[in-house]
Design a protein around this ligand. Structure first.
Ligand SMILES: [Zn+2]
Length: 341
């Protein structure tokens, strides 16, 4: 439940349900929002069509009911061009129907490129991937860790191709730029269509009244702010901005506001309070609020530590210890003798 937008409610009167699960809004005749208003985090994916190819940003929330159409099928009803999937990041709620596609485009972050290079698992790459300008075909399968999927287990990511940060992908008379926007995650990317003045920012930036989850606190907040600086320098007030959760479209002022508040957090000018968030049930987070803008961050520890195997191992040990203590205490309770017949 979010202020102003209930689960299942349409985000705009220009949007309409195409079946029981998906709703679509045409931004222009070649650009679509594919929303999942009934998903718990009000997810959206975006379809950008060129003369030769269509680019689909994200593969669905993972929450569609069984038997419903996949994100691949829905996107296929909106374009007759071959669909190239790009994922904004590897969190579970953006890769739901990944297996329905012949892999996905990832931005060439050195640590992901290296993992792909070291992987000995491959898949049969569709020839289309070597035809598209601006891409480096891969064909490798990497494993997204549980931390990378936002604690929804490990997932195979079939890497169809990499695009260099700042690289231009030509969809056929429609070049789009892909930039890294590290902050929400290390692998986050945004897609910018400079000709039409559109920017698609994934989870790096959105106007979702459930709040922005910035997983990089402390020193790494600096990196998030640098990403916002870069994102703002490549866009401007004339752009239309679209995020992947909640009310998709937000304006330049919202982006500026997020920057301003992040800088205040970095400079210690505000005191975040401890709060919970639906993204990480049971885990206390730090929250800084400015009007409708909520910025959640991991508390106490550096996020690289929180997402490390060491931390998961410690949590597992603490849980095991707690279980043993509970078991022993229960065993010490006086018991009634149960009659045997
Ligand atoms: Zn998300």
């Amino acid at each position: 439940m979010f202020v102003g937008l209930d689960i299942g409610e349409l985000w705009s009167d220009r949007a309409s349900y195409v079946d029981d699960w998906y709703a679509v809004e045409e931004i222009d005749s070649q650009t679509f929002i594919i929303g999942e208003p009934k998903s718990s985090q009000y997810n959206s994916s975006f379809l950008l069509e060129g003369e030769d190819y269509a680019l689909l940003m994200d593969a669905g929330s993972s929450e569609r009911p069984s038997g419903s159409k996949s994100m691949a099928e829905i996107a296929g009803t909106l374009t007759d061009k071959p669909i190239l999937l790009i994922i904004s990041h590897m969190h579970f709620d953006h890769i739901g129907d990944l297996s329905e596609f012949n892999g996905a485009i990832l931005v060439a972050q050195p640590f992901i490129v290296q993992r792909a290079a070291e992987s000995d698992r491959t898949f049969a790459l569709d020839p289309i991937w070597s035809e598209v300008q601006g891409l480096e075909p891969s064909g490798k399968i990497i494993t997204a860790s549980s931390a990378e999927t936002a604690f929804h287990g490990t997932r195979d990511i079939r890497v169809a191709a990499f695009i260099q940060p700042g690289g231009i992908l030509n969809l056929g008379d429609r070049p789009v730029t892909v930039i890294t926007t590290v902050g929400h995650t290390y692998d986050s990317l945004s897609v910018i269509d400079h000709a039409r003045n559109y920017a698609f920012s994934g989870d790096f930036m959105y106007q979702h009244f459930g709040g922005v989850v910035a997983f990089l606190p402390g020193a790494e907040l600096k990196v998030y702010i640098e990403s916002i600086d870069a994102f703002l320098s490549k866009t401007g007030p004339a752009y239309r901005f679209f995020g992947s959760h909640g009310q998709q479209e937000y304006d330049y002022q919202w982006a500026i506001g997020m920057h301003t508040e992040m800088v205040k957090i970095r400079d210690g000018l505000v005191e975040p309070r401890i709060a919970g968030n639906f993204m990480s049930p049971g885990v206390p987070l730090q929250l800084h609020q400015k009007g409708p803008l909520l910025i959640y961050m991991t508390p106490f520890f550096d996020s690289a530590f929180i997402f490390s195997r060491y931390f998961v191992w410690m949590a597992a040990m603490a849980y095991a210890l707690f279980s043993i203590v509970l078991f022993v205490l229960l065993g010490m309770l006086p018991r009634k003798k149960v009659p045997t017949n």
